[in-house]
Design a protein around this ligand. Structure first.
Ligand SMILES: [Zn+2]
Length: 228
C-alpha cells in the first residue's frame, strides 16, 4: 500500500492529492531527500548518542528515534533533546519515563534518511558503517560525536592508588574514561574519532576502549565535558 510505504496515513495522502505542494513542503524538511540544512555539530552528537544508546523503531505512521538516558544525568537528557530539536526543528520531543531511565524520543518519517544504519536486530549483530557524508561530518566535528558516544555508552571512572611520599603514604586519584559497546564496528568508530583529535586510547577489554593517560583524560574532559 502506498501510504504504508511512505509512512503516512491515507488521509495525509488524500491531503497531498488536493494540495500537491504539501508533499514537497514535507520532503523539504529533510536534509537528505529534501533541501533542509543539517546542523552538523548537533547531528554529530546525535549520531554518537544513536550509536551508543539509541535505536529507531517503526511506528504505524512514523519512525521513532529513541535514545535511552540514565535518569540521574539530567544535563545529558537535555543535551539529547536539544540535539534532536536542532536536527528536526518541527518535531515534538517526548521524554518517556522507564525504570531507571528516560527515553528521549522524536517521531519523524525521515529518521532513517539521517541514520541509514537503521536496520532489524541489535546494532552489534549487524554491520555499522558510516556513509561518506556522515564521515565528513564527524571529521569536521569529532568532539560532539565523542560526546554522544561517551555520554551514552561511556563512563568516567576513578581509580585510587597509594604511594609513599617522603615516608608518608599518599593517595592519588586516577580518573579515566571507558567506552563500552558490544559492536566492534561502533568501538572502531570511537577509536577513529579519538585518533582524529589525537587522544591516545587502548582496548582494555574485549568490549572496552579506555582513555587513561592523564593528559588524554584532561583533553577528553575538556572536549566532551563530564557526565552530569
Ligand atoms: Zn528524507
Amino acid at each position: 500500500m502506498v501510504s504504508s510505504e511512505l509512512g503516512v496515513s491515507v488521509s495525509t495522502l488524500i491531503g497531498w492529492s488536493k494540495d500537491p505542494d504539501a508533499f514537497e513542503r514535507r520532503r523539504a524538511s529533510c536534509a537528505r531527500c529534501g533541501s533542509a540544512r543539517l546542523p552538523a555539530s548537533a547531528y554529530a552528537a546525535l549520531l554518537g548518542f544513536y550509536l551508543g544508546d539509541g535505536h529507531i523503531a517503526r511506528g504505524p505512521r512514523y519512525f521513532a528515534l529513541r535514545v535511552s538516558c540514565d535518569n540521574t544525568y539530567l544535563s545529558i537528557i537535555e543535551d539529547v533533546a536539544a540535539c534532536m530539536a536542532a536536527v528536526h526543528p518541527n518535531g515534538r520531543i517526548a521524554q518517556l519515563r522507564r525504570p531507571g531511565c528516560i527515553n528521549v524520543q522524536s517521531t519523524w518519517q525521515h529518521w532513517p534518511c539521517l541514520f541509514p544504519q537503521h536496520g532489524p536486530g541489535p546494532k552489534h549483530k549487524r554491520p555499522i558503517v558510516l556513509d561518506d557524508w556522515q564521515r565528513t561530518i564527524v571529521e569536521d566535528h569529532p568532539g560532539p560525536f565523542l560526546r554522544g558516544l561517551f555520554h551514552s555508552d561511556g563512563s568516567r571512572v576513578k581509580n585510587w592508588a597509594r604511594r609513599p611520599v617522603a615516608g608518608q603514604p599518599k593517595t592519588y586519584e586516577y580518573p579515566r574514561w571507558q567506552f563500552v559497546n558490544a559492536s566492534q564496528d561502533i568501538r572502531e568508530l570511537c577509536c577513529w574519532a579519538l585518533d582524529l583529535v589525537d587522544i591516545p586510547w587502548r582496548q582494555s577489554n574485549v568490549r572496552v576502549i579506555s582513555v587513561s593517560r592523564r593528559e588524554a583524560v584532561a583533553r577528553l574532559d575538556e572536549l566532551i565535558g563530564l557526565k552530569s
